[in-house]
Structure formats: structure tokens, C-alpha cells
Design a protein around this ligand. Structure first.
Ligand code: MG
Ligand code: ZN
Length: 233
């Protein structure tokens, strides 16, 4: 007797929605950046730091991923940019399907960028393609300099890495060189930006990179294969 085995990819539904997101974003010349990192690593604060330097000449929309509350969306709305709160109702990562619904509520013809703040979690968001063009990995000094080695997939797949809360380097005994060298062991040429909310000038390299992405000419969203590292310039 022949036994038939059917195996539906866990990622099949997600990947379909991600392709559709990519198509919609491409159609409008919008670049999406997926911002990932642990809870409390400073993703929203980073957005609060960079958006005021971009919003006057770059059309920015934000999708905020959380399990509950609209706390982060309220902080972004205060910056006077369109924002949609995506609630996963307990889910520990954003899915492309939820992002698709969020994109439908943004006015894409008016935007250059969609910044997607993923759920605070350095692990499984990495496995879910949202249809984004680039990935930003965020690590805070308070989490410890051993985290790149312990959560390697986040850093392997990152287009840029930001280390936040650098004003706490000393009190957290965080060895910046050690962390950067571990990140480069995983992702050799990835630019790493050291930032602090105490000095918003430290966020300017990130502002410059985001600005460089919104050159509407020749944008091609790069497909993400599950598990594969990817690094657009
Ligand atoms: Mg947040
Ligand atoms: Zn998850």
C-alpha cells in the first residue's frame, strides 16, 4: 500500500501574501523596511529619532506590530505621520497577511517608505518575509554584547544593524568592539550604527541610509527565501 504524504509549507500562506505585498509596494515605488529586535531594545525610540529628519521630504508611513495596545502607534502619530497599529493578539511575530491589511490602510501613492516595526522578539520574526526591501536589526546595550552570537539569524539577515542605548555602555559592561566583531562574523560587510537617544545626532547615519533607499529609480524589491541571508545595498 502506497502512503501519500501531504506537507503544506508552514510558510506557504505567508510567502504568497509577502509576494503580493512586494508587488503592491513595487507598483507604488514604496520601499518597506522591516525593523526587528527584542522587546524594549528601542525600535520605537529609533523611529522617533529618525522620522522628524525625513518626514518633510520623504513620504513615510509606519506599521506598528505589537501583541496588545496602541501605545507605540500613539507615539508615532504624535510625529504627524500616518500609522497603523497591527495587533497580533498574542502572536510573537508579524505575518505578511497582517502587513497586507496594514498596507491597505495606508495611502501608498503618497509614500516613499513604509517602516514596519515588528513585534519585540529577536527570534521568529526573522523567518517571516513581509515583502520588505530591507531589514534593520536593533540591539540595545542593555541586552548584552553576547546577543549577536546567541541570536545569529537576526544579524545574518540584516541590511543594517543599529546598537541603541550606547550611553549605557559602561554601566552595562557592554563591549562594543566585541559585539561588532560578532556581528561581522555573521554578516561580514553589514554597516553597524551605534546610537543613543541622549544624542539624536548618532541616528543621522540611519537617516542617511533610509534617505538613500528612497531613490525611486531602479528600485527592485528583492525576494527573501526563507532562511536565506539577504543584503541589499
Ligand atoms: Mg516598540
Ligand atoms: Zn513568532
Amino acid at each position: 500500500m502506497r502512503i501519500e504524504v501531504l506537507r503544506k509549507s508552514l510558510f506557504e500562506t505567508n510567502d504568497k501574501a509577502a509576494s503580493e505585498n512586494r508587488r503592491i509596494l513595487d507598483e507604488h515605488g514604496v520601499v518597506a523596511v522591516n525593523i526587528m529586535g527584542g522587546a524594549g531594545c528601542g525600535k520605537t525610540t529609533l523611529l522617533e529619532g529618525v522620522i522628524p529628519h525625513l518626514r518633510h521630504d520623504v513620504g513615510i508611513g509606519v506599521l506598528e506590530g505589537d501583541l496588545a495596545t496602541t501605545k507605540d502607534a500613539e507615539r508615532i502619530a504624535a510625529l504627524d505621520v500616518p500609522v497603523v497599529q497591527l495587533l497580533t493578539e498574542g502572536g510573537c511575530h508579524l505575518t505578511a497577511t497582517l502587513v497586507e491589511q496594514g498596507l491597505a490602510r495606508l495611502s501608498l501613492p503618497q509614500l516613499d517608505h513604509v517602516l514596519i516595526e515588528n513585534v519585540g522578539n529577536p527570534i521568529c520574526p526573522v523567518n517571516f518575509d513581509l515583502g520588505e526591501y530591507a531589514r534593520l536589526a536593533v540591539l540595545s546595550v542593555a541586552e548584552g554584547d553576547d546577543k549577536p552570537a546567541k541570536y545569529p539569524y537576526l544579524y545574518k539577515a540584516a541590511s543594517r544593524v543599529v546598537i541603541t542605548k550606547c550611553d549605557l555602555l559602561e554601566s552595562c559592561s557592554f563591549d562594543l568592539d566585541h559585539a561588532v566583531s560578532d556581528i561581522h562574523a555573521l554578516n561580514p560587510d553589514v554597516p553597524v550604527y551605534a546610537t543613543s537617544r541622549k544624542d539624536f545626532r548618532t541616528m543621522m547615519p540611519l537617516v542617511g541610509w533610509l534617505r538613500s533607499l528612497c531613490n525611486r529609480e531602479g528600485i527592485t524589491a528583492i525576494g527573501l527565501r526563507h532562511g536565506a541571508a539577504r543584503r541589499p545595498n
